[in-house]
Design a protein around this ligand. Structure first.
Ligand SMILES: Cc1cc2nc3c(=O)[nH]c(=O)nc-3n(C[C@H](O)[C@H](O)[C@H](O)COP(=O)(O)OP(=O)(O)OC[C@H]3O[C@@H](n4cnc5c(N)ncnc54)[C@H](O)[C@@H]3O)c2cc1C
Length: 458
């Protein structure tokens, strides 16, 4: 009897195999660099279906991958000849506006969460592109517009329903499986498959949003002013910068169209009428070529970055935490911008701290609370023949910055890394504790197709 016909190996009718048209769509993830072909794709709508997929993988001797939103730049959601557990059917969100909590399915996108919470004037702090998956983002940390005001997404994880490696389902809370909850808050997708996230929500209102654009020649001076300005602001002011090619929007002067330029944005999350008092001074003193000032809803803000990073393009990212924005570091930013091989690429940076740094370090596995700045060089291009220069550029940019960085990195922005990098990022004490949680919940390291933490050896 052919192996596939063996009764133990027969699979539910809605699972996808090579040759089925839906398989071709389901195997694709956001980063077009990863053209991989799983042996099977199991779309899972509830914890029971996830357990069934795990049982099948064990019987068929298949490694598994887990797909949340499919946005991980390293492509950890998909691998050749594996069983992909696809959580995308689990995108329901329910909100308790009185308790200010949300229950979100393990395959939600940030857009699903915002669509459910913002009509109540509430939001869970999360990332800045609405087609990102909540799962991977939360399990790795979760930076976003509200991080300085309220903290990371993982700081808002109150409980999680988790399918463990043995197929059993547990609810991790601060009272029960508290070690697992701690690890899920920033320790990555290592410990089980989260089928429901219970999240704390925060009040949000209209946002005062102020952007300035500067020619690249002015960038070094403006970055010096930014270094002076950003750390002295209230936590409700979040500032982000980007070095990228300017588009042709009406507000951008024609002389900058298509040229590498510096964009700085300050967003105020307090009373929007007070916003100008907090943002204007920086732009008045740094003399941008043009500014754009808007008041927008939080939901609008959350989808502002969506169009710039479409699914299917090719991406390669490297990131680090600069210890300071000294003139030397700023010069390295500018050199990286000058060397950008693709006009679709960008350098993104922001001043962090605020609530991220103030929340108790021991409550989560997240390792880098005190990092002042984050820097990311993201290559984006479309032609596979241009892979080599676009992969080389972020690597070179980070190598140049390395002597002025903390040595840590954000686990969700890791791409191809040297062995030992995950240990380096978490540090020995935190990594030892994570490895012990791993041993308790996934001793055979079933969940290993990620930025992996191996269980403590027996
Ligand atoms: C365009 C874009 C914008 C981004 N913006 C931000 C940002 O603003 N802030 C920020 O912090 N990060 C940001 N990121 C990074 C993002 O946090 C990571 O890419 C994250 O891994 C995405 O999660 P996902 O569920 O979409 O990924 P996937 O590729 O589906 O999964 C990534 C990893 O998480 C695991 N995983 C996913 N869901 C679950 C689950 N429910 N249970 C168990 N394991 C799971 C997977 O197994 C996999 O190993 C961005 C990424 C992109 C591509």
């Amino acid at each position: 009897m052919p192996l596939d016909d063996h009764p133990d190996l027969q699979v539910p009718a809605h699972w996808l195999r090579p040759g089925m048209p839906a398989y071709e769509t389901a195997r694709r993830i956001w980063n077009g660099m990863h053209d991989r072909r799983p042996a099977l794709i199991a779309p899972c709508g509830d914890p029971g279906q996830v357990s069934e997929a795990l049982r099948h993988a064990a019987r068929a001797d298949l490694e598994i991958t887990v797909r949340g939103g499919g946005h991980n730049v390293a492509g950890t959601a998909v691998a050749d000849n594996t069983l992909m557990i696809d959580l995308s059917p689990m995108r329901t969100v329910t909100v308790d506006p009185v308790a200010r909590t949300a229950q979100a399915g393990g395959g939600c996108l940030l857009a699903d969460l915002d669509a459910a919470t913002t009509p109540h004037g509430l939001a869970c702090p999360a990332g800045v592109v609405s087609h990102t998956g909540l799962g991977g983002l939360t399990l790795g940390g979760g930076y976003g517009w509200l991080a300085r005001t309220w903290g990371l997404t993982c700081d808002h994880l109150l409980a999680a329903e988790v399918v463990l490696a043995d197929g059993s389902v547990v609810e991790a809370t601060e009272d029960d499986h508290d070690d697992l909850l701690w690890a899920l808050r920033g320790g990555g997708g290592n410990f089980g498959i989260v089928t429901r996230f219970t999240l704390r929500l925060r009040p949000v209102g209209p946002v005062h949003h102020h952007t300035g654009v500067y020619p690249l020649a002015a960038a070094q001076d403006v970055l010096a002013a930014y270094r002076d300005f950003a750390p002295r602001q209230p936590d409700a002011l979040h500032t982000v910068g980007a070095l990228k090619h300017a588009g042709t929007a009406d507000w951008i002067p024609a002389k900058l169209h298509g040229r590498a330029a510096l964009f700085l944005t300050a967003a105020w999350f307090g009373d929007p009428d007070e916003g100008p008092a907090h943002t204007d001074r920086f732009f008045d003193t740094t003399g941008p070529a043009a500014t754009l000032v808007r008041r927008m809803s939080y939901a609008e803000l959350q989808s502002l970055g969506d169009h710039g990073e479409p699914a299917g393009h090719r991406y390669f990212t490297k990131s680090c935490y600069p210890a300071d924005l000294t003139p030397r570091t700023a010069a390295a930013f500018v050199t990286a911008a000058e060397e950008m091989p693709s006009p679709l690429s960008s350098i993104d940076f922001e001043y962090l701290r605020g609530a991220i740094d103030q929340l108790p370090d021991e409550d989560s596995a997240f390792p880098s609370r005190s990092a002042p700045y984050i820097f990311t060089a993201s290559s984006q291009w479309t032609d596979p023949r241009q892979d080599a220069p676009n992969v080389a550029w972020p690597r070179r940019s980070i190598e140049r910055l390395a002597p002025t960085c903390t040595g840590g990195a954000y686990v969700n922005y890791l791409h191809d890394e040297a062995p030992g990098r995950v240990l380096e990022i978490y540090g020995t004490d935190r990594h030892t504790r994570l490895a012990a949680v791993k041993k308790a919940y996934d001793p055979a390291n079933l969940f290993r197709r990620n930025q992996n933490i191996e269980p403590t050896p027996s």
